[in-house]
Design a protein around this ligand. Structure first.
Ligand code: ATR
Length: 494
C-alpha cells in the first residue's frame, strides 16, 4: 500500500497553513518543508502542527542537499525538536546529517532517513549497500531518491524495492516519472506529488490531480498491467489522456504512461520491458521503425507499412502492429465508402505510407504529392499508385473526391500554416487533416471556407487508439468515451 505525500513548499507560514488545508483534501500524507519557509520560528511550528487531519512529515533540507536551509545545525535541531514536541508524525533527515542519531533516538516521532543523488542513479549493488548502511542505523523507514538520466534507471529502483517493506524509492527528473506513478506496483511506501503545477519540491514531480485523476495511482497494485508510449517526446502524447480514463470506466487493472527515451535507450528498455512483463506499448516518433528490431514478430500490415505503432505482449512474445491505417480508414468511413473513391494524399512520409496501405485495401484510387517529388514517386512505385506534382494541387483537388494532409505543416507550434491555400480547394470535397494539435488547423479552416466537408485530426487519433486498446485488452472501447476524454484533456481539465 503506497501513500501519496504532498510536499508544501510555500514561503511563509500563512501560505503554508492554507496549502496544508488544500493538500488535506487530496493527499494521504503531507510533508512540510521547513527550509522553504522564510519566517519560520520554533514558536510557529506548534501553530503549523495543530489541528491537521492528515499525518505530517517535517523536513528541513540543507543547501548542500539542494534544500534552502543555511542556518547552523543547532538551529535546525531546535526546529526539529520543536516539531517533535508539537507532535509531528515523521521527521525526514538526511543519511549523512550530524543530527541523525539525536533524531532517531527520539521516542515520540518516527524517523525517515533519506539518501538523495541529484546526479545519477547508482548501480543496484551500490544502492543496496546504501540501503543496508542506513538500515543499520535503525530508522523507522528509509527513502532513496536518485536522478534518472535514462528511462532504464527506473528499473534499478524497481529491483531495489523488491522484498523491502520499509523503503520509499523513486527517480527524479522527467525520465523518472514512471517510478513515481508505478510506486504502488513496486511497493514503495510513499510517492510524492505536487499540490499543483509550479509547486514541485523536486524535478519530475507530477501534480496530485494528475496522479489521481489521470493515472489513478490509488487504484494501482502489484498486478496492474503496464502500458505506455515509447517516444522521444512521449510526454507530449495525448494517448495517456484517452486510454487511462477508459481503463477506470471499464474496471480494467491497467495504467498507461509515457516512456520517454532517446534511441540509445531503446535496446536496454526493451530488455527491461520483457523482464518486467509489461503488457504492451504504443510507439511514436522517431522510434516506429527502429523498434521493429526488438520484437519477436511483426503482423502483415505493420510489415507492409514498414512501421509499428503498437506492441502487444502475448504471453512473453512481443508482436508489432500498426493501427494508424485503421484510424484513418475508420475516420473516413464515418462519412463515406472508400471503394472506387479517388483520394489525393499530400505528403510521403511514414504516416502517408500507412494511409496508402489502408486505402489500397479499400480499393480506392490513390494519388500522392509531396514537397520532395522523388519520395512521392518512390511511394507510388512501391504501392502501384499514382504520383504527381505538388504545384498541380488545384487541378488534382478538382479531380479527386477526398483530400488528406499527412504532412506536419500546421502542427503546433506552426499553427497557422497550410500546405493548401483557400483558393486551391474546390467546394464539395471531403477533406481530412491528420494533424490534431491544434484541432482546427489552417488546412481544415481553408477547406471549410472553400465549402468542403472536413474531418479533423482527432478522429484518426481516437480510432487508432481504440484499435490499440482492443489489441491490448481484447475489450472494445466506446468511441465517445475516448473522444470525451481527449476533449477534456485538450481543454485542460484532464
Ligand atoms: P510522419 O511519419 O509523421 O509522416 P515524416 O516521415 O517525417 O513524418 O514525413 C513528413 C512529411 O511532411 C513529408 O512528406 C515531408 O515532406 P518531404 O518528404 O519533402 O520532407 C512533409 N513536410 C514536412 N515539412 C514540410 C514543409 N515545410 N513543406 C512541405 N512538406 C513538408
Amino acid at each position: 500500500m503506497t501513500d501519496i505525500c504532498v510536499p508544501i513548499v510555500a514561503e511563509n507560514v500563512e501560505k503554508v497553513k492554507s496549502d496544508i488545508k488544500e493538500a488535506e483534501k487530496h493527499a494521504d500524507l503531507i510533508e512540510i518543508r521547513l527550509d522553504f519557509i522564510k519566517d519560520m520560528t520554533k514558536e510557529k511550528i506548534k501553530e503549523l502542527l495543530n489541528g491537521n487531519n492528515k499525518k505530517i512529515i517535517i523536513t528541513c533540507r540543507n543547501k548542500k542537499d539542494r534544500g534552502n536551509f543555511d542556518g547552523a545545525e543547532e538551529e535546525k535541531l531546535e526546529l526539529l525538536n520543536a516539531s517533535i514536541e508539537s507532535g509531528c508524525d515523521y521527521i525526514d533527515i538526511e543519511n549523512d546529517s550530524k543530527l541523525l542519531n539525536q533524531i532517531i533516538e527520539n521516542k515520540k516521532t518516527k524517523t525517515i532517513v533519506s539518501y538523495h543523488n541529484f546526479d545519477e542513479t547508482p548501480s543496484l549493488e551500490a544502492l543496496n549497500q546504501k540501503y543496508n548502511e542506513i538500515k543499520s542505523k535503525k530508522p523507522d523507514s528509509i527513502k532513496i531518491v536518485t536522478q534518472a538520466n535514462s528511462i532504464n534507471d527506473n528499473f534499478i529502483i524497481f529491483e531495489l524495492l523488491k522484498g523491502k517493506d520499509d523503503l520509499t524509492a523513486f527517480c527524479m527528473g522527467i525520465k523518472g516519472q514512471m517510478s513515481r506513478i508505478l510506486a504502488p506496483k513496486y511497493n514503495s511506501l510513499l510517492t510524492f506529488a505536487s499540490l499543483e503545477d509550479g509547486k514541485e519540491s523536486a524535478s519530475g514531480q507530477i501534480s496530485i490531480k494528475e496522479m489521481k485523476d489521470l493515472y489513478h495511482v490509488p487504484l494501482l497494485d502489484k498486478d496492474t498491467n503496464v502500458l505506455g508510449v515509447i517516444g522521444k517526446h512521449a510526454e507530449n502524447s495525448q494517448s495517456k489522456n484517452m486510454h487511462n480514463p477508459v481503463f477506470v470506466n471499464k474496471k480494467l487493472n491497467y495504467v498507461y504512461i509515457p516512456f520517454k527515451m532517446d534511441k540509445e535507450e531503446v535496446n536496454e528498455f526493451m530488455k527491461n520491458f520483457r523482464k518486467s512483463n509489461f503488457a504492451g506499448s504504443s510507439v511514436t516518433i522517431p522510434h516506429k521503425e527502429y523498434i521493429m528490431d526488438f520484437l519477436d514478430g511483426i503482423d502483415e500490415t505493420a510489415k507492409a507499412i514498414g512501421a509499428v505503432n503498437t506492441i502487444v505482449n502475448e504471453q512473453g512474445r512481443l508482436t508489432g502492429y500498426n493501427t494508424d491505417y485503421y484510424g484513418a480508414v475508420s475516420a473516413l468511413k464515418e462519412k463515406t465508402s472508400l471503394s472506387g473513391k479517388k483520394i489525393l494524399i499530400i505528403g510521403a512520409g511514414g504516416a502517408a505510407r500507412a494511409l496508402v496501405y489502408g486505402f489500397k485495401k479499400e480499393n480506392s484510387e490513390i494519388t500522392v504529392i509531396n514537397r520532395t517529388k522523388e519520395k512521392a514517386q518512390k511511394l507510388a512505385d512501391e504501392f502501384e499508385i499514382k504520383s504527381d506534382e505538388l504545384s498541380n494541387a488545384k487541378n488534382l483537388i478538382n479531380a479527386n473526391d477526398i483530400i488528406i494532409n499527412t504532412t506536419s505543416i500546421g502542427m503546433h507550434p506552426n499553427a497557422g500554416e497550410s500546405i493548401i491555400k483557400e483558393d486551391e480547394f474546390v467546394s464539395g470535397k471531403l477533406v481530412m487533416d491528420i494533424v490534431y494539435n491544434p484541432l482546427k488547423t489552417k488546412f481544415v479552416e481553408n477547406a471549410q471556407k472553400a465549402g468542403c466537408e472536413v474531418i479533423m485530426g482527432d478522429k484518426m487519433l481516437i480510432y487508432q487508439a481504440a484499435g490499440q486498446f482492443e489489441l491490448w485488452t481484447k475489450n472494445r472501447p466506446e468511441f465517445e468515451e475516448m473522444q470525451n476524454a481527449l476533449q477534456r484533456a485538450i481543454r485542460g481539465d484532464l
